[in-house]
Design a protein around this ligand. Structure first.
Ligand SMILES: Nc1ncnc2c1ncn2[C@@H]1O[C@H](COP(=O)(O)OP(=O)(O)O)[C@@H](O)[C@H]1O
Ligand SMILES: [Mg+2]
Length: 224
């Protein structure tokens, strides 16, 4: 019988060897995350949280260990399959939003879909996301015309446009005022409760951690 460990990290180690002395960003990490779980990851700056997110998201690869997603080791995937994994199964939200300044809000949201399908998403798909995130009146605005909270909500729409099962959020409220931050945390909670997403949130906020199903702390590349 296979256990329900949708995401499983087995003995994952990541060492950055730029510069003089190597940095052990992840040190023999073991983790099991169930489908539909909302996990919060906390810990001091530099303890390896972003590295963990990037490795689960297929943006970076481990030097050692296995990264099992739904029974498959993504660290063994070739470039093409890894690109498909990133594109179809994961949505990532960053602290600084990473929107494209030359695209309006709607175009930013449509981009991952366009890259996948070669055509724009169906109008109602964008429409529904805009409504859900309270951005409807802003659809033709550009990122520099939006508040931080609005930009982060656009980034969430963009992360959702390809219907990924996994949402990774790396300090998504780190650059927001507390009211906008709270709104983003509530949206993440809703993605888990209402949409059945598996959510991994890196956060410094007590409020963010309190909303998760489970909180794990990291220190010096280790999961405590
Ligand atoms: N691309 C990189 N090259 C060299 N060192 C890196 C790189 N990315 C991260 N690190 C180092 O790895 C450690 C963990 O970084 P990170 O995962 O970003 O931590 P956190 O997100 O918890 O602040 C830090 O010491 C950081 O300086
Ligand atoms: Mg980080």
């Amino acid at each position: 019988m296979m256990e329900d460990h949708f995401i499983e990290l087995i003995d994952v180690t990541k060492i950055y060897s730029q510069g003089e002395s190597p940095v052990v960003a992840l040190d023999h990490v073991h983790a099991k995350i169930s489908k539909g779980e909302y996990l919060a990851v906390t810990g001091k700056s530099g303890c390896g949280k972003s590295t963990l997110i990037n490795i689960i998201g297929g943006l970076d690869s481990p030097d050692q260990g296995r990264v099992m997603i739904d029974g498959e080791d993504i660290s063994l995937m070739n470039d093409r399959r890894l690109t498909l994994y990133r594109r179809d199964r994961v949505g990532i939200i960053f602290q600084f939003f990473n929107l494209l300044p030359i695209l309006n809000l709607e175009e930013n949201i449509a981009l991952p879909y366009l890259l996948r399908e070669g055509s724009n998403p169906p109008a109602d798909k964008i429409e529904n996301l805009l409504h859900e995130m309270g951005l409807h009146a802003r659809r033709y605005h550009y990122p520099h015309e939006l508040s931080g909270g609005e930009m982060q909500r656009v980034a969430i729409c963009r992360a959702l446009i390809n219907d990924p099962e996994i949402i990774l959020a790396d300090e998504p409220t780190g650059n927001l005022d507390s009211a906008s931050g709270k709104q983003v945390l509530e949206i993440l909670r809703r993605l888990r409760d209402g949409h059945g997403k598996t959510v991994i949130l890196v956060t410094h906020s007590q409020e963010g951690a309190a909303m998760a199903d489970r909180v794990v702390r990291m220190s010096d590349g280790k999961l405590l």
